[in-house]
Design a protein around this ligand. Structure first.
Ligand code: C2E
Ligand code: MG
Ligand code: MG
Ligand code: MG
Length: 278
């Protein structure tokens, strides 16, 4: 999606860049409306334990079906929402909707699935975050132990001390944390151990060529070793083929998330997914 430096002033001072600025404005205004008009919805991608052949959880991913702009993936609008406070409202809506949906789903499938919700660095830095999460947990009666939050390395480096405090406060409730897109950010080994993190999500870019590229395979092996020594788990993102899954399993990555096992599913497809599992 278009990512500009975020100032609408382009429109006035640099007319040549006006296209970008107005695209941003259109999406920004569209999103405000989308929140009110139910144009946003969630899909859920299963995470799968390849060793035990069992379901371990779902990642929540947001989608936008706009009557004016058409179907949009988060890559096209999350970064724009991050440039304003919109991401805060959007993030709240996503969390509330996800937890309510899982409570509703549990009536049909007989258990509450574990879910992971993505947190934007902007949301993570917001001082009201923990209060909001606690309120939503209370309101939806969703069990905190079933909630995982995915954050990126970038969210941790800006103010590590604050990050640790914030995370510990939520971990005390039973919430767990995973590091998303791991390997693409800034973490050093010594750095990582300070944060209460349960899982490293190995970025898809390493998984893509794991079958043919020795270096990518070596990087994944190093991440798995690092995780083991820090008593963290690993999950590989974006596994699309049986060959990838077999190698990942062989080198000790116990879980995968990707098209090979399942695409992200809407609520109806998710119900069918669980029915097939039994
Ligand atoms: P992410 O958190 O790393 O999510 C994984 C992305 O990889 C998702 O794209 C998912 O659909 C895609 N994916 C999963 N398996 C495969 C595969 O086998 N092959 C391929 N080609 N792709 C696969 P999506 O849904 O477009 O989301 C993109 C990014 O947008 C996410 O990356 C996340 O950073 C952000 N995002 C999505 N939903 C939310 C949300 O609710 N809140 C926030 N703050 N960010 C979100
Ligand atoms: Mg994620
Ligand atoms: Mg990811
Ligand atoms: Mg990724």
């Amino acid at each position: 999606g278009a990512k500009i430096n975020g100032k609408n002033t382009y429109l006035f001072f640099e007319p040549t860049k006006g296209d970008f600025a107005s695209e941003t404005l259109i999406i920004e205004n569209g999103l405000r409306k989308a929140l009110k008009n139910n144009e946003l919805f969630l899909v859920y991608q299963p995470k799968w334990d390849t060793k035990e052949d069992q379901f371990i959880g779902l990642e929540v991913l947001v989608r936008w079906q706009s009557p004016e702009l058409g179907f949009m993936n988060p890559g096209q609008f999350i970064s724009i929402a991050e440039e304003t406070d919109l991401i805060i409202v959007l993030g709240e809506w996503i969390l509330k909707e996800a937890l309510n949906s899982m409570m509703e789903l549990s009536k049909t499938i007989g258990f509450i699935p574990k879910i992971s919700v993505n947190l934007s660095p902007v949301q993570f830095r917001n001082s009201a975050l923990n209060t909001t999460i606690k309120e939503i947990l209370e309101e939806t009666r969703f069990p905190a132990e079933k909630l995982e939050l995915e954050i990126t390395e970038g969210a941790l480096v800006i103010n590590p001390k604050m990050a640790i405090e914030k995370m510990n406060d939520l971990v005390n409730l039973g919430i767990t944390f995973s590091i998303d897109d791991f390997g693409t950010g800034y973490s050093s080994m010594s750095y990582l151990k300070k944060f209460p993190v349960s899982t490293l999500k190995i970025d898809k870019s390493f998984v893509d060529d794991v079958v043919s590229d020795h270096q990518d395979r070596a990087i994944i092996e190093a991440i798995i070793t690092l995780a083991a020594s820090l008593e963290m788990k690993t999950i590989a993102e974006g596994a699309e083929t049986k060959e990838q899954v077999d190698i990942l399993n062989f080198i000790g990555c116990y879980a995968i998330q990707g098209y090979w096992h399942s695409r992200p599913l809407d609520y109806t497809a998710l119900m069918a997914y669980f029915q097939k599992l039994n």
